[in-house]
Design a protein around this ligand. Structure first.
Ligand code: ATP
Length: 134
């Protein structure tokens, strides 16, 4: 079976590097599914899960936005942060979720609200990835 090489990289270093059969994730323009031989493209990503199909299993990586670059045999994701499901500290994500919800209720101004909303999205994404809710 044909495979694609996938690298997920953050400013702190590489998070994922493997050959997979299919990659799917949410671009800002909508859901993307990439198989080997896909036409080259670059797309901005949403905060979400990257699903990596590999030998009958699907691995999940939480990414906080960033960019996806597709070449026929390689996919590179550059993200501000990314964690494999196993690396996620669920307790930390639950605490981040609680803080973000409190800040959204306080609603000091639009900037603070937007920041809190993004923090909430990151936290919920981490919780969902670690619980495999995808
Ligand atoms: P927190 O408020 O808990 O720091 P955050 O969403 O503000 O959450 P980020 O700025 O997205 O955190 O990430 C900072 C660093 O911490 C990154 O390296 C990221 O991978 C890591 N990180 C954040 N939350 C978690 C988590 N729940 N489990 C594992 N790593 C995490």
């Amino acid at each position: 079976m044909k495979t694609l090489k996938v690298n997920i990289v953050t400013p702190d270093g590489p998070v994922y590097d493997s050959e997979v059969e299919m990659v799917s994730t949410k671009a800002q323009s909508g859901e993307l599914g990439i198989l080997p031989g896909h036409i080259p493209m670059v797309a901005p990503l949403q905060i979400g899960a990257v699903r990596l199909k590999k030998g009958g299993n699907t691995e999940l990586v939480a990414v906080s936005g960033g960019f996806l670059e597709v070449r026929p045999e390689q996919v590179t994701i550059l993200a501000q942060s990314a964690e494999t499901a196993e690396a996620i500290d669920v307790q930390r994500a639950k605490e981040a979720k609680g803080r973000a919800e409190n800040r959204m209720q306080a609603q000091k101004d639009d900037v603070d609200f937007r920041r809190a909303e993004l923090a909430l999205k990151r936290a919920m994404n981490r919780i969902n990835v670690s619980e495999r809710n995808f």
